[in-house]
Design a protein around this ligand. Structure first.
Ligand SMILES: [Ca+2]
Ligand SMILES: [Ca+2]
Ligand SMILES: [Ca+2]
Length: 808
């Protein structure tokens, strides 16, 4: 999708390539082509906000200077005063990475003044770009007269081949190797004001869209393939499972060329991602909750890791409480009117912190997981990190006592009394508790040893190894002696998903319609993007949790297959297009206004970045015995010529409806297409087609209309794969169970054949040559047209065939 933008940039590069890279003050450069969106890229260039956004150049270890605000301004009421300069390069610097672009021309202006009594009568100053490493380029210079403001005014062009990913602008005096030998000449104080760099507006951020199929059709893990999410906490309400996730996608920044993102930076994460499902295979993307940071629900917190969720009726009103780690130092809670919000902060300071009684010896006061017991009393489990050094080394390793349990107040946003020690063996973090048959189960993540845990000790027999999920069983939610340890619930995920998927995990257990489920994460989507060298971007997984007769847990095996779909998907309603089981090449974005499916106060997203060839799919859609008459999509056309093909069973499966997206570009509209002769349960693929190289449209929601009472032809289909002479064939047969002749078309990806007038009780049969020695499992379609009570009826049946290999 971004090809157009890159192409446009390249053309401009050619146009200005002849302009010199450095121009001295007073020379006016040949004009660059007029560009619509020029802007000043410098923030606080007039130093009216003190020295905000500026720092002393630190490109070399010896560079050093002090920046302070001075009222001796060229304009306004402030400028910057540079003192204590250690090198000629010591001066004020601003980061322009992500703003300046290779091949672009910029105009730089600034005012500079020096006044040292022992300084020279005139002095040259440079505006210089440090591109990184040892690449410095003087951009514009000026010769100032002592005691007078001089003006930088020039134009520079960044070479087309220059890497600008760490571009920083600073101001300096001409280089000399030993400036301290004559500080009056080389290291004078100076003042700077009114800095501007005007040029092309910063480029849009590179696309984060995941282009690979991250969740393979037929598989149920990872839960979603179009974004990441970690530390999932499962929460059940109103027949849906909600999964709250650390937003690992927030800092994901794939390089436009290599596709590889820098490693994950937890410090930048201040949002929680929310998805939900009523069947555990088709997931709705509810977007991100801006929990922390200056614009967050709780702006007094900076991070939002490892969420935990609970609901409770407080003062007669059902409320929802979302707990999260504010980095490693504290934990907090925000309140929702529903599992989807809207969210408010009832607190003005963190819930768990250094002042929490009983948490003094916990290094990381994070990973808060709530439990509301049957009697209404609520508890919070939290903690992790290095064991207290007051304990012997072996104890620090085996029983680090870094997890705590504390009672929550009736309001769910305060604590009661003192936290108690949870004596989890080899524990690292991620405590979570669920209740089953009167017993409390606490699971947690184990540590990786090392100096934080007493050095390399040997675990006690049965204790967890590195990076595993252990668990305890207790009769009391506030009593967890080490004797309650019950074993390892889940080994490290790398045991199942291989190279690149190791690291610490974070789990939860929830009960949904009589079964227990275990949530965990693994960087499996990251692995599908980048292979075995992953960058730490994690994806949510779920497995079923089963119990032994004595109440202990059968160790969980991680699989891509995941859990069974709990129920078929109901298509006969308005449902969000950001609901799918599988997808390719699409992204989602929040839009204004509420959700057609979840209510006006719930967030609504649209599917975007839809290029020709992208698709989304729903697993096990039940069209009922009467079938489906039509599908309606709420779309916003972005280009002419787009269309949506509705297919059954596979991304290349038979087309049962085509929705033309022919509405005026830019506005939301509903488009409808007839679907004939489809009934029963099918995987439904929406494949998006249209002109290449452009975003085709966005989709908000879908609705299928049932074909109530429409008659169907009793035509059945079957398919086989077979070998003939070392070659694979797909054989398709249809049987006419009708009382009159019907026309039948057999359709496969290997060819079609139409039979007219197939007699009652007769079959239509064709063996289609694949011209290959093997064939993958697939779907064949039988389309029958006949007459029922004088009306022409078309009925579509499908049949799957297995894979076959005919090689010797
Ligand atoms: Ca100023
Ligand atoms: Ca796309
Ligand atoms: Ca939507």
């Amino acid at each position: 999708m971004k090809q157009r933008l890159r192409g446009a940039t390249r053309r401009r590069v050619t146009a200005v390539a002849a302009v010199g890279a450095m121009l001295t003050a007073g020379l006016v450069a040949p004009s660059a082509p007029v560009q619509a969106a020029e802007q000043n890229l410098i923030v606080n260039g007039g130093f009216e906000a003190g020295v905000a956004n500026w720092f002393a150049n630190n490109g070399n270890p010896t560079d050093s200077a002090v920046l302070s605000s001075t009222p001796d301004a060229y304009s306004g009421t402030g400028a910057v005063l540079v003192t204590g300069r250690a090198t000629t390069g010591s001066g004020p610097m601003q980061d322009l990475s992500g703003k300046v672009q290779a091949g672009q021309a910029y105009t730089l202006t600034a005012r500079v003044k020096y006044e040292n009594a022992n300084g020279p009568a005139t002095k040259q100053f440079f505006a210089t770009m440090h591109y990184g490493g040892s690449t410095y380029t003087n951009l514009v210079s000026v010769v100032a007269t002592k005691g007078q403001w001089a003006q930088f005014n020039g134009t520079f062009t960044i070479p087309a081949t220059q890497n600008v990913s760490t571009a920083r602008l600073f101001f300096e005096t001409p280089w000399t190797s030993a400036p301290a030998s004559n500080p009056d000449l080389h290291l004078m104080d100076f003042k700077l004001d009114d800095v501007s760099v005007v040029g092309a507006a910063p480029p849009p951020p590179p696309s984060k869209t995941i282009e690979v199929v991250g969740k393979l059709p037929g598989e149920h893990n990872p839960l979603i393939g179009h974004k990441f999410g970690a530390d999932g906490f499962g929460f059940v309400h109103g027949g849906r499972v909600y999964l709250y996730l650390t937003n690992d996608t927030q800092g994901y920044a794939p390089d436009p060329v290599t596709g590889v993102s820098p490693g994950i930076n937890y410090g930048s994460i201040n949002q929680i991602t929310l998805i939900s499902s009523e069947d555990l295979v088709n997931w709705t993307d509810h977007g991100e909750i801006q929990v922390a940071g200056p614009n967050g629900v709780a702006p007094f917190t900076g991070n939002s890791w490892a969420p935990g969720m609970a609901k409770k009726t407080v003062n007669g009103k059902e409320k929802f409480f979302l707990y999260y780690a504010n980095g490693g130092g504290s934990s907090n809670v925000i309140t929702g009117e529903s599992p989807l919000g809207p969210w408010t902060s009832e607190r003005t300071s963190t819930l768990i912190n250094g002042g929490t009684p009983g948490a003094e010896d916990v290094a990381w006061k994070f990973d808060p997981a709530p439990l509301v017991d049957d009697d209404g009393q609520a508890y919070l489990y939290f903690g992790g990190g290095p064991a207290s050094t007051s304990m012997p080394a072996a104890e620090r390793f085996n029983n680090p006592k870094n997890i705590r349990a504390i009672k929550l107040g009736d309001d769910m946003i305060s604590t009661q009394g003192s936290a108690v020690v949870v004596d989890t063996p080899v524990s690292f973090e991620a405590a979570q508790v669920f209740k089953r048959s009167g017993k409390y189960y606490l699971s947690y993540s184990s540590h990786f040893g090392g100096p934080d845990f007493g050095g390399n000790q040997t675990p006690l027999p049965g204790y967890p190894g590195a990076g595993q999920i252990g668990y305890l069983i207790s009769d009391n939610p506030m009593s967890w002696p080490k004797e309650t340890y019950a074993g390892v619930l889940f080994p490290n995920q790398s045991q199942f998903f291989g190279a690149g998927t190791g690291g610490n995990n974070h789990q939860s257990v929830f009960e949904f319609e009589g079964k227990y489920y275990f949530t965990y994460h693994a960087p499996t989507l990251n692995k599908r993007i980048n292979g075995n060298t992953t960058q730490g971007y994690r994806s949510p997984h779920i497995q079923e949790l089963t119990f032994n007769p004595d109440g202990t847990i059968q160790q969980v095996v991680g699989t891509y297959a995941g859990v069974d779909q709990v129920r078929n998907f109901d298509p006969f309603r308005v449902f969000e297009a950001e609901t799918f089981g599988w997808s390719k090449g699409v992204a989602t974005a929040k839009v204004d206004g509420g959700s057609a499916q979840f209510g006006t106060s719930a967030p609504n997203l649209v599917v975007r970045d839809i290029d020709s060839g992208d698709w989304t799919a729903l697993s096990s859609v039940d069209f009922g015995t009467d079938g489906v008459a039509s599908v309606t999509a709420k779309v916003r056309a972005l280009a002419a010529g787009g269309r949506i093909q509705v297919r059954l069973g596979d991304v290349a499966g038979p087309v049962v409806g085509t929705v033309p997206v022919d509405t005026p570009a830019g506005g939301w509209a509903e488009v409808t297409a007839a679907i004939e002769g489809v009934s029963g349960v099918h995987d439904v693929y929406f494949t998006y087609e249209g002109p290449a190289g452009t975003d085709l449209f966005e989709i908000d929601s879908w609705e299928f209309e049932a074909a109530t009472g429409r008659p169907e032809l009793p035509v059945t289909a079957s398919a086989q794969a077979r070998c003939v002479g070392g070659r694979a064939y797909v054989a398709v047969q249809a049987h006419n169970g009708h009382t009159a002749p019907v026309d039948i078309t057999l359709e496969t990806v290997h060819g079609n054949r139409t039979f007219t007038g197939v007699a009652p009780g007769a079959n239509a049969y064709q063996s289609f040559a694949t011209r290959a020695a093997s064939v993958a499992a697939g779907t064949a379609t039988v389309r029958a047209t006949g007459t029922i009570d004088g009306s022409t009826v078309t009925t579509v049946a499908t049949a799957t065939h297995p894979a076959i290999s005919c090689g010797r």
